[in-house]
Write a protein that binds this ligand. Sequence first.
Ligand code: HEM
Ligand code: HEM
Length: 143
Amino acid sequence: MLMWIHPTLQTLALLISLFVLYLGIARFRFAHLGHRGIVFQWKRHVALGTVVLTTWGLFFGIGLGMAWRAWRIIGITQWHFAVALTMLPLIAFGLASGIVMNRLKAKRRLLPLAHGAVNTLLVALALWQLCTGIIILRDMVLV
Ligand code: HEM
Ligand code: HEM
């Protein structure tokens, strides 16, 4: 039962992240492509984005704990583990840049672009984690 907490919550966060990305794309179109008549749901983007990134970060730890509890070894999931390690600094940057832009509002170009690029990469990596995570469930948890 405990082995399902991490996969379930990380998958839920992944679903929410698609919506957060959709909201962010509206901002990108407005700020960089000059598309008018677009409303960026700023507060919703910040609130849900924070939920997604903190869930991915915190449940990294739960996945690690559960893997240790079950198999007494860290990194047994190989690519899933390696990609998770790569995600950690990106999550920290995504969150920190978002917090800065939310607290200190200003006309910016580079920071929003870097924030958007890193977080889009994170969504792609989380999709990869879903694929490798399903294989772990099939081959290592459900056996
Ligand atoms: C999206 C961000 C994710 C991160 C950062 C992450 C991170 C991790 C880490 C660090 C471990 C321990 C690996 C080891 O020691 O070898 C782990 C285990 C595991 N992950 Fe993930 N993971 C993510 C998403 C997912 C998803 C979407 C699934 C499946 C649908 C999944 C399924 C699993 C399973 C089954 C384990 C074994 C331990 C357990 O069941 O709790 N992960 N993950
Ligand atoms: C899955 C997580 C997230 C994704 C995929 C995401 C994606 C994006 C994208 C694509 C943009 C548009 C960037 C641009 O116009 O060049 C953006 C803007 C923004 N994001 Fe996020 N974001 C995420 C999380 C967060 C978080 C956690 C916060 C705050 C704590 C945040 C705050 C902001 C703010 C304030 C802007 C507007 C910046 C500006 O134009 O001045 N985002 N985001």
